[in-house]
Design a binder for this molecule. Structure first.
Ligand SMILES: Nc1ncnc2c1ncn2[C@@H]1O[C@H](COP(=O)(O)OP(=O)(O)OP(=O)(O)O)[C@@H](O)[C@H]1O
Length: 642
């Protein structure tokens, strides 16, 4: 083997070997310590080469005593740019060219080696991107398939999509229990977001998944988690799902329970009660595999050192843009910091992602893949959207009563901008002879749970809601969404109306607007147009509102008149009467015993303050003040918060 490398690189040239003896010696195999290193390299390369060469048909192919294996090894040593495969191929071709005149047997061997090298390289590439050779023949086919499903992908080494849940079994060995649960849930074919995002997550890549409302994003992140966790293990939380509202967290909990039937995963939905149990029973903490929580509840538990997230391998931010908005941002950041496992895989999902938030999201992910289904920041195409001018505020009540009188198809969801207005509208509609209820953060948790259930079961026909219900809630059968109050942002509009037209069903959405809302109309008009709805020409010529007024409205909604059929004069009269009663009550309350009880109440109130704050934030998606936030460890920010 001596001088092999020299033989290879000097082929075709003549050298005075005596004169250049010293130089040639440089190419001879080294001894002592480097030899050990060489031995290791050689061992590895031998393994590689064993794979490359056809079994049992190895050894010499040239008369020059050039052994292919040693050539490969030596060539790899001089492969400074790590192009060994390419270099190998070309040199091997060169080698063989040199021996053109040699016997036919050698040529056959050469061709075989080349073919094997090529196949190995292709195989390596395929396994890197996780495609099954059976499923897609080539990249072109993949692209056509993505195009058909309106999937756009951004990033490097993007895994191939899959065609059917059966493909997941053959390609990724999805366990039979998962397969069975998919069938039982009636999921016969994957939705576009699932088609592309499931393989990305199965390849443990950070991901940003954007797809319209009701398109199956939940399954897209739950399935890879369940597959990867394999089964229950008592090593603490290995997957964490964050949702902006308690109701959505509960829905995710129900979905994961449904999908994990047959495996005894321990799933914890962090509530006030479960947090207290965990605090009192530290040994419980190790038992759980999956944790679902709202941000503030979790931050509170972390700060009390009741929850450890160091083993979390999967972190999902559902409704990611909301969680990265002011009000949630700092808590989300603290949670991300607490997930200290270096091998963590992060997945962010939403139907909307403003570009500013997207750049922020990129700072917390490693080499992420972005998957966009359909048009970014547009509404689902199965929703028929309408805008209705109602003149003044009072016009809305007339319009909603007309809608009820004309006959409507329940269930209907009506969105208003505040708790106060939700209560007001409820008091108006309760006497209209329809089954109506109202949901907002001031209702007890038990009330909220039963309302959600009753609405899902069709027992409530009309549900009046605040922004609390706008995101993620999967009320499959909702036929109509009414935006009684104009939404405060285009994202809010998309999510609100997305409570209808889910999972391929048809739905309708009507948005009332007054003179005051007119400047903000253009953003909604754009969404309507993007989603294929008819929009009057004059609306298309509207000017978009200035950026700062958009921002103002996002932070604080437009002031509106009280929702009431009572005239303004009568309302004033009632108000004055109420003030007189209040003043007289106050006077009576100045006795010593009252003062004492007030003090006692105050003390109790301050005790419960933390938990009350948590409740408030779960419902109020427009944030909390610094004073309300629980104290947490002073951790370095992972997010690039500017
Ligand atoms: N492959 C599938 N086949 C049929 N139905 C599905 C499939 N995947 C999910 N679904 C159903 O589609 C509905 C919407 O799913 P999901 O709640 O995950 O939507 P989403 O994209 O998260 O919506 P949102 O943006 O509003 O949160 C659910 O009722 C779910 O059961």
């Amino acid at each position: 083997m001596e001088g092999d490398l020299f033989s290879i690189i000097s082929r075709g040239a003549k050298f005075d070997k005596r004169r250049f003896g010293k130089d040639i010696a440089l190419f001879k195999p080294q001894s002592s310590s480097t030899q050990n290193y060489d031995y290791e390299v050689e061992k590895q390369e031998k393994k590689d080469n064993d794979d490359i060469k056809p079994r049992g048909k190895r050894k010499r192919i040239t008369q020059d005593s050039i052994d292919i294996d040693s050539s490969i090894r030596l060539l790899q040593e001089i492969d400074f740019f790590q192009n060994s495969r390419q270099a190998l191929k070309s040199v091997l071709i060169g080698l063989c060219d040199d021996n053109d005149n040699k016997d036919h047997e050698k040529d056959k061997k050469k061709t075989k080696i080349q073919t094997d090298l090529k196949a190995k390289e292709e195989q390596k590439q395929e396994s890197k991107i996780g495609a099954s050779v059976n499923s897609f023949k080539n990249q072109e086919e993949v692209q056509t398939f993505r195009k058909k499903h309106r999937i756009r992908v951004y990033g490097t080494d993007i895994p191939y999509p899959f065609r059917s849940f059966q493909d997941l079994v053959t390609q990724y060995e999805i366990k039979p229990y998962l397969q069975k649960n998919l069938q039982n849930a009636g999921y016969s074919l994957p939705t576009p977001i699932q088609i592309q995002c499931i393989p990305v997550s199965l390849h443990e890549r950070d991901l940003m998944g954007l797809a319209p409302t009701g398109s199956g994003k939940t399954l897209a992140y739950l399935l890879p988690i369940l597959h990867d966790l394999k089964g229950p293990e008592k090593m603490g939380y290995r997957a964490l799902i964050i949702s902006p509202t308690r109701e959505l967290a509960q829905q995710i909990y129900r979905e994961i329970k449904k999908l994990s039937i047959g495996k005894k995963f321990k799933i914890c939905m962090l509530t006030k009660a479960s947090a207290a149990t965990i605090a009192q029973t530290p040994q419980l903490r190790q038992k759980f595999d999956i944790l679902i929580s709202t941000p503030l509840r979790l931050v509170h538990a972390i700060s009390k050192e009741n929850i450890e997230l160091k083993n979390v391998r999967h972190l999902v931010l559902d409704e990611a843009d909301k969680l990265l908005e002011l009000g949630f941002l700092e808590q989300t950041d603290e949670i991300i910091n607490a997930c200290s496992n270096p091998r963590i895989v992060k997945s962010l999902y939403s139907a909307t992602l403003p570009s500013g938030v997207e750049s922020l999201a990129n700072t917390i992910m490693k080499d992420p893949i972005r998957v966009v289904v359909g048009v970014k920041n547009a509404a689902t195409e199965t929703i028929k959207q309408k805008l209705l001018f109602v003149g003044q505020e009072e016009g809305k009540l007339i319009a909603i009563r007309q809608l009820i009188q004309q006959g409507f198809k329940p269930p209907v969801l009506i969105f208003v901008q505040s708790i106060e207005r939700a209560k007001e509208l409820f008091h108006e509609l309760i006497y209209d002879g329809i089954s109506v209820d109202v949901i907002h953060s001031e209702r007890t948790k038990a009330q909220r749970d039963s309302i959600v259930l009753n609405f899902m079961q069709g027992k409530i026909w009309v549900l009046i809601a605040t922004e609390l219900m706008a995101r993620g809630m999967d009320f499959k059968g909702v036929n109509l969404v009414v935006n009684y109050d104009f939404p405060q942002s285009v994202q809010s509009y998309i999510h609100r109306i997305g409570r209808t037209g889910r999972a391929g069903r048809n739905g309708e959405a009507v948005t009332y607007f007054t003179k005051d809302d007119a400047p903000f109309l253009k953003s909604v008009v754009n969404v309507m147009k993007e989603s294929g709805c008819e929009v009057p020409d004059w609306m298309l010529t509207l000017k978009p509102p200035p950026q700062n007024s958009k921002k103002q409205v996002r932070q604080k909604p437009i002031d509106r008149h009280k929702i009431s059929t009572v005239s303004k004069y009568d309302l004033e009269k009632i108000k004055r009467k109420r003030e007189i009663i209040e003043a007289s009550k106050k006077r009576k309350a100045t006795t010593a015993s009252d003062i004492q009880s007030t003090e006692k109440n105050k003390r109790n109130k301050s005790k419960n303050n933390n938990s009350t704050n948590i409740k408030d934030q779960e419902d109020n998606s427009y944030g909390t003040s610094d004073a309300e936030k629980p104290k947490t460890k002073n951790v370095k920010s992972k997010l690039d918060i500017k």
